[in-house]
Structures are given as structure tokens and as C-alpha cells.
Design a protein around this ligand. Structure first.
Ligand SMILES: [Zn+2]
Length: 420
């Protein structure tokens, strides 16, 4: 059999709906993958895990003084709630954490900019603010074309205590400050729930060295408002096409294909997998992760979280084959991280869209800038590399993670831990 971009594109269309961590749609997408696996002739299995999140939040914001106007806001997931009747409070804008900004904010709803840090969060709690307001997008956004996200308040903040939090459009945030809003009424209703998310896993036994495992990974969840076909339905269908290939061409080493849920909320699927199978990771020789592909205009990259020798090997391999792939040693913010952190060398294949022609994490991530041909080309490159590894007489990948990569992973994960 040969790799077929049209078949990949057809599956991509099938899973091209919003499929957020812990949602029924994520479950539905997993079922589509399981059905496809079965049609190829394998038995896939689902491994579930829990995430803390919620789909039920409500928020309102009305300026009372010096003018009256109701604004569209969203309420953070998993944040604190106001009493049902809401809170009437003063309004203040704090540009940053400088002490001068934090004077006289007690009991007020404060507008902040940028990402909420644990440091500022604790200062706001200490200052006894009534809640805070963040903003999203740009002042150029057209309301009918951009969605107002419902961000999540993560545990790295909530562990200090709960506080109501709302999110507003950037243009409205600017209006609040420009028109000197001073008194507001707001409500926030949100409660964390335990939701179920899932990974889909299938194993292809090796014919000659079954005790060695090469893993393939791709996340299949999306963010809200996004059909997530570029990020990362594309990687998901590439994996399926590779699975189909190795059904016809039995691999010498064992292959484990994994489609992860909940990547978009903090690599939770791959973290859950590594956690649940920590004692069984020794046979894993290499993890091949695919995250973003299919862009018509763009470049293929291989980001190697392993020894330099694999970087050189991969570079030579693609040069020899006359295939354009930029190869470099680095970490990549995706599901390869938990594996590399557990000592499994990893390589990430990504096709980065040309600037202005590809979008992720909002409603612009659609099939409109992807093609079957692009999917096929990238898949062929990944297949070439994978075959070399899977059927090598001796695997040319040392099962070690070099110190510079260890440090980058630690920094990546430590930042999360520190912010927790
Ligand atoms: Zn992704």
C-alpha cells in the first residue's frame, strides 16, 4: 500500500469538529478513531483519566457609573463565584504589579493585563479585591468574527484560594478605562467538576524484536471554538495512515500508537499515560510525536529531543532522500515532553504554516488552508524516518536524554510546577 493523502483528508473531515478536553465531542472523536482502527484490522483501546474542569460558567458585567452599559463577558472555568445577586463594586485598572497600582483596590473589580501570575494572584487575594477582569484579542477584532474565550483558572492559582474572574474583549477593556468606569455590578458563577478524558492506544507487535517499542503520539483534542484540524487533527490522521501502512508491512519492533486527549489543557493525556505506565517505560526506545500538519504553505520540521547523533542522522537521512525537513535539537511544547522527561528519546514532526496562512487555537483553524497533498508529503517523510528506526538492525538512537535537553524539559516543567 502507499500513503494516501485523500484518505487522510477524509478522516480529517470526519473528526473536524470542536473536541475540547473532557467533552462529549472529545469522546466522540475517540470513538471515530477506534472505529477507524478496527476497520484497519486492529483492536484499539481507550484509557480514561480525569481532568478538573467545567463547561458551566456564567458571568455578567454592567457599568453603573459614570455611565450605564452592559458588556459581554465570560466567566473563568473553575474560578470563585459571587453571591447569586452579584456584587456591586468599584472598578480599578492595574497596569502591572507595581505597588502604586495596588493601593486602594480593596473590594474592587480590577482589570489586569497579560497572563495572571501566581504572584499577582496572591497579591490580589491579600488586597481583598472583589474579583478580576482579564481581556482577550485585539482592538481590531470584529465581534462577529472572533470568539470570546472562557479561560480556565488553573490549580497553580486556585490553590491559594478562589476568586471570581471574568474575561472581556480587548476593545471593551479599553473602553472601560477610556470612559473611566468607576462603579460596576458583576456576577460570576463557576464550579470545578471532575470530567473524564481519554487516550486511544493500539499496539502492533514486532516480528523480530518485539521487546523493543517505538511509540507514535498525536493529540486529538482541540481548544474551544476551534475545529482543530491543523492542530492537531492532522497529526491524528497521519498516525492512522502510518498504522494502516504497518498493518501491511509488519514491523520488526513493536509499535505503540497513541492518540492523546486533553493536550490543549496542559499535555494531560500524555502525562496521564506516562504516569499510569511508569513501570513499563523501559522497552520504549523512541517516541515519534506529530503535532500540526497539512498546511499548504509551510515548512516541515523535525525537533529532536534526544542526542545530537539522532539530529545528525535525521538530517542526513532527509538530505539523502531529497526531502526538505529542517532538523534541530530542542524540546517542543507537546506530548513528547512527558516521555522525554521519563527518559524516552523523542522526535517531533511538525509542518509550520507560512506566516499569515495558518492559524491555531481559534475558529480560524479550518480545512481552508490544508490539503490532502500536503498531508501526504509530510506523512511520507515521517514514514521514511520511522521505517529506518522500526526496522533497523541495531537502533541508532542512544536511549539517553542529553543534559541540555534535560535542562530545557526541567525548565519547561518546573515553570509549571513553580506556577502551581
Ligand atoms: Zn497541538
Amino acid at each position: 500500500m502507499t500513503i494516501c493523502g485523500n484518505r487522510e483528508f477524509a478522516l480529517l473531515k470526519k473528526i473536524g469538529f470542536v473536541r475540547v478536553s473532557g467533552s462529549q465531542e472529545e469522546k466522540k472523536a475517540a470513538q471515530i478513531l477506534l472505529d477507524e482502527i478496527q476497520s484497519i484490522g486492529f483492536e484499539g483501546k481507550e484509557e480514561t483519566f480525569t481532568v478538573t474542569d467545567t463547561f458551566h460558567t456564567e458571568g455578567t458585567l454592567k457599568v453603573l457609573e459614570p455611565y450605564e452599559k452592559t458588556y459581554t463577558v465570560t466567566c473563568y472555568r473553575c474560578c470563585g463565584s459571587t453571591p447569586n445577586e452579584g456584587v456591586t463594586a468599584g472598578f480599578a485598572y492595574i497596569e502591572d504589579m507595581l505597588e502604586a497600582n495596588l493601593v486602594g483596590i480593596e473590594g474592587k473589580l480590577v482589570l489586569v493585563q497579560g497572563r495572571m501570575t501566581p504572584e499577582l494572584y496572591q497579591k490580589l487575594l491579600k488586597a481583598k479585591v472583589a474579583g478580576y477582569l482579564t481581556f482577550s484579542g485585539t482592538i481590531e477584532d470584529k465581534e462577529e468574527e472572533t470568539d470570546l474565550p472562557t479561560p480556565i483558572m488553573r490549580e497553580r492559582l486556585t490553590k491559594f484560594g478562589l476568586m471570581p474572574a471574568l474575561n472581556i474583549r480587548a476593545k471593551d477593556a479599553m473602553e472601560l478605562v477610556r470612559d473611566r468606569a468607576s462603579m460596576v455590578h458583576f456576577t460570576a458563577k463557576s464550579a470545578a467538576e471532575t470530567l473524564e478524558s481519554r487516550n486511544v492506544v493500539v499496539t502492533v507487535p514486532g516480528t523480530e524484536m518485539p521487546e523493543q517499542i517505538i511509540a507514535f503520539g498525536a493529540h486529538f483534542d482541540s481548544v474551544p471554538f476551534s475545529t482543530g484540524v491543523y492542530d492537531n487533527g492532522a497529526g491524528s490522521v497521519i498516525l492512522m495512515e502510518l498504522l494502516r501502512y504497518f498493518k501491511e508491512h509488519a514491523p520488526k519492533r513493536t509499535l505503540r500508537f497513541m492518540w492523546y486527549g486533553s493536550e490543549e489543557v496542559g499535555l494531560l493525556g500524555s502525562k496521564a499515560y506516562v504516569e499510569a505506565h511508569r513501570e513499563e517505560l523501559e522497552p520504549y526506545q523512541l517516541m515519534i510525536n506529530v503535532d500540526v500538519a497539512g498546511a499548504i504553505l509551510g515548512t516541515d520540521s523535525a525537533i529532536v529531543s534526544a542526542e545530537q547523533s539522532l539530529v545528525d542522522y535525521t538530517d542526513y537521512l532527509f538530505k539523502q532522500a531529497g526531502m526538505a525537513v529542517k532538523v534541530k535539537q530542542d524540546i517542543y511544547s507537546s506530548d513528547s515532553i512527558p516521555f522525554a522527561d521519563a527518559g524516552v528519546p523523542a522526535i517531533n514532526f511538525c509542518r509550520f504554516g507560512a506566516p499569515g496562512t495558518a492559524f491555531i487555537h481559534d475558529r480560524r483553524d479550518t480545512l481552508s488552508f490544508l490539503s490532502a497533498e500536503s498531508l501526504e508529503k509530510t506523512t511520507e517523510k515521517i514514514l521514511l524516518f520511522s521505517q529506518q528506526m522500526i526496522n533497523a538492525g541495531v537502533l541508532p538512537v542512544p536511549r539517553t536524554i542529553p543534559q541540555n535537553i534535560v535542562e530545557k524539559i526541567d525548565e519547561y516543567l518546573f515553570k509549571e510546577k513553580k506556577e502551581k
